[in-house]
Design a protein around this ligand. Structure first.
Ligand SMILES: C[S@@+](CC[C@H](N)C(=O)[O-])C[C@H]1O[C@@H](n2cnc3c(N)ncnc32)[C@H](O)[C@@H]1O
Length: 375
């Protein structure tokens, strides 16, 4: 998990990962000219936006289309370089910029390497009354050559019950071709998955979060267990969460602190295998956290007065002054809306201090280094 601008991050990854990433899924800002806030409260009512608890999300503002494409083009070129010879890039956009991005990808990958133009359809409320409701996104999938991974059997779906009935009634249906009804079909290039709504358990509150089911289909089809999957606009970390669930390795990058933090706590919550959290940005440590904690009988105890304002906190019991190794954590979840007040200090090393990091519900980060008390 890397916090930083993906341009710099991808350039620095080239040395080790050029031609080595098996699958890239990216869902960049769509060129909507909007600002997306994160919802940090619980179960906000869509009809009462004035009551939502909001925090910094991410901006999608551009001077014009050129400025947007100037952002996208060098990043797509780097993704092409990072992609393995058998790899696939999925670029997720909508009507605002998909046509322009397709031309960029035709240039970078070659027009013959467009694997699919996938349409993701969904439902949801819309204020639009002067046109049809815009309820689909476009996902452009490009490969590098003919030898790409596509696991058709991993994504097969049951046939529509009407199709099954038709073939049961007559073997002449389908112009003599009888599908293997047991095995199921390879999905079409239009997909229906519900958007991540207010009451869905996977919802993080991070804006424009994509459904895990969508990523599952992409990752199962275009990678194998052990492969490396990357998302350079990772937001709430959907790709990383699904990748690790399906036994793939992942690289997830986002420039927004709130995104990186959301992804990190989501990975902790689903019990992901240990992963590293790197930052190419100076750490935002506005307020020291010393006052918020104290050591008590082998545990670090959070002051109950600050507990309600804490989204996540973690401890490195043997801080080396540079790499934070998170040994224990507690986070707010839907089910337990307050972090635990106590974290174990096991793993202390003589001579090394304890480092504690707190993330506020507003996205603020604070850190304190506490000298070890020898017992
Ligand atoms: C549409 S959201 C991604 C949502 C994500 N797919 C999910 O399921 O949560 C786009 C993300 O791109 C990030 N982003 C925008 N410009 C970036 C850049 N230059 N480098 C890294 N991340 C960037 C934003 O911070 C935002 O989190």
């Amino acid at each position: 998990m890397i916090l930083g601008d993906n341009l710099a991050v991808m350039v620095s990854l080239l040395e080790e990962y050029e031609n080595r990433v098996n699958l890239i899924y990216v869902d960049p800002p769509f060129f909507t000219n909007r600002h997306y806030a994160a919802r940090v409260g619980k179960g906000e009512d869509s009809r009462r936006p004035q009551e939502w608890q909001l925090a910094e999300g991410y901006p999608d503002h551009w001077v014009d289309l050129d400025a947007y494409l100037d952002m996208l083009y060098p990043r797509l070129k780097l993704m092409h370089r990072l992609l393995a010879e058998d790899g696939t890039l999925y670029l997720h956009l909508d009507w605002h910029a998909d046509a322009y991005a397709r031309l960029l990808l035709d240039e970078i990958f070659g027009p013959d390497n467009l694997l699919n133009e996938i349409i993701w359809v969904y439902h949801g409320p819309s204020p639009i009354r002067s046109a049809f409701n815009r309820k689909h996104d476009t996902i452009l999938a490009y490969v590098k050559g003919e030898r790409y991974t596509f696991n058709a059997d991993a994504v097969r779906q049951p046939y529509d019950p009407n199709t099954v009935k038709t073939f049961a009634a007559s073997t002449k249906a389908g112009f003599g071709k009888i599908p293997d009804l047991e095995r199921g079909k390879v999905p079409e290039d239009w997909w229906y998955f519900p958007v991540v709504a207010r009451l869905h358990s996977e919802r993080t509150g991070y804006p424009t979060q994509k459904p895990q089911a969508l990523l599952e289909r992409i990752i199962l089809a275009s990678s194998n267990p052990g492969d490396l999957v990357a998302d350079f606009f990772s937001g709430s970390g959907t790709t990383a969460v699904v990748a690790q669930h399906l036994q793939r390795r992942f690289i997830a990058v986002d420039a927004a602190w709130r995104a990186a933090h959301t992804a990190r706590s989501r990975l902790v919550q689903v019990g992901a295998a240990p992963f590293s959290f790197e930052s190419s940005l100076p750490a935002p440590f506005p307020a020291p956290a010393e006052a918020a904690v104290q050591i008590e009988e082998g545990e670090l105890v959070l002051n109950p007065q600050v507990q309600a304002g804490v989204d996540y906190w973690e401890i490195d019991p043997a801080w080396d002054g540079s790499v934070f190794r998170s040994a224990s954590q507690s986070l707010r979840t839907r089910r337990s809306p307050q972090v635990s007040c106590r974290l174990s200090l096991s793993g202390q090393v003589p001579g090394k201090p304890i480092c504690v990091r707190l993330v506020g519900v507003d996205g603020s980060l604070s850190q304190a280094v506490i000298s070890r008390v020898d017992q």
